[in-house]
Design a protein around this ligand. Structure first.
Ligand code: G3P
Length: 254
């Protein structure tokens, strides 16, 4: 069964330092990796997966390659090794979908990646996929609206009463496409850490905060005991770990 928490956010990266930075926010529901991201990390893929598992990440997409028997063997081995946090990622090819069918029969979660239209999403659902990953940014790069592809898959699944396969919008390059992917029916959006950081930002939030801080210090300088500014109040609370996390988020997203 799928966990139907709305609007899940995944980080699309194998850079564990970025995940360490953002996971403590409590807003990250999973991580997706792919061979390119693993290659960029310069690390052994299984060291990366182990570190993510130890961090407490409960859903990690681990991509497998080769022909269908190789994908099935490797997917089963990864599931054996990492357990329930392992989601096996396969491409939307005949070999990949055959592997998806076999792995999902064994109750292993499968993310079918490299989805570029609704026809592929039909096949992936029929192969038992837990997730289908339409590549929004790569469609946009090819003058096809990635967000419209997300919408078409969502409409189709809705009309046909598909609940067992969730839409995981991938290849996300900006905050606008995160929001619109959810509007258009994606259940999950996976994004680079930098895009996640930018989701916090709004110039009016910064201005508003500055003004509140300024006014608060006027209030406390006029009467009674000095409470200090908002930031001083936060500093005064040594147990406020969230403050440290948010400070890191602000540094990374500015
Ligand atoms: O994880 C797959 C996907 O998100 C890749 O994104 O930016 O390489 O198109 P991108």
């Amino acid at each position: 069964m799928n966990d139907h928490t709305p609007m899940k956010i995944f980080l699309d990266t194998a850079d564990t330092s970025a995940i360490h930075k953002y996971f403590p926010t409590g807003l990250i529901d999973g991580v997706t990796t792919n061979p390119t991201l693993i290659m960029k990390s310069g690390r052994d893929p299984e060291d990366v997966y182990q570190e993510l598992k130890d961090m407490g990440i409960s859903d990690i997409s681990m991509e497998v390659v080769g022909n269908s028997s190789e994908m099935i063997a490797e997917g089963s081995r990864l599931y054996e090794k990492f357990g329930k946090c392992c989601t096996v990622k396969v491409p939307c090819s005949p070999e990949g979908l055959y592997a998806c069918k076999q792995l999902s029969r064994d109750l292993i979660n499968v993310n079918v990646t490299l989805i570029f239209n609704a026809a592929q999403a039909i096949l992936a659902h029929k192969a038992g996929a837990k997730y289908v990953s339409p590549f929004v940014g790569r469609l946009d790069d090819n003058s096809i609206s990635g967000l419209e592809v997300v919408r078409s898959i969502a409409d189709l699944y809705c009309r046909q009463g598909v609940c067992s396969t969730e839409i995981l919008a991938a290849s996300i390059r900006d905050v606008h496409r995160v929001t619109r992917s959810f509007y258009n029916g994606a259940h999950i959006v996976t994004m680079p850490p930098a895009v996640f950081g930018k989701m916090y930002n709004h110039v009016l939030t910064d201005k508003g905060l500055e003004l509140f801080d300024e006014d608060w210090s006027k209030v406390t300088s006029n009467s009674g005991p000095s409470f200090g500014s908002f930031s001083q109040l936060q500093e005064a609370n040594p147990g406020n770990e969230l403050k440290d996390v948010m400070q890191k988020v602000r540094e990374c997203s500015s």
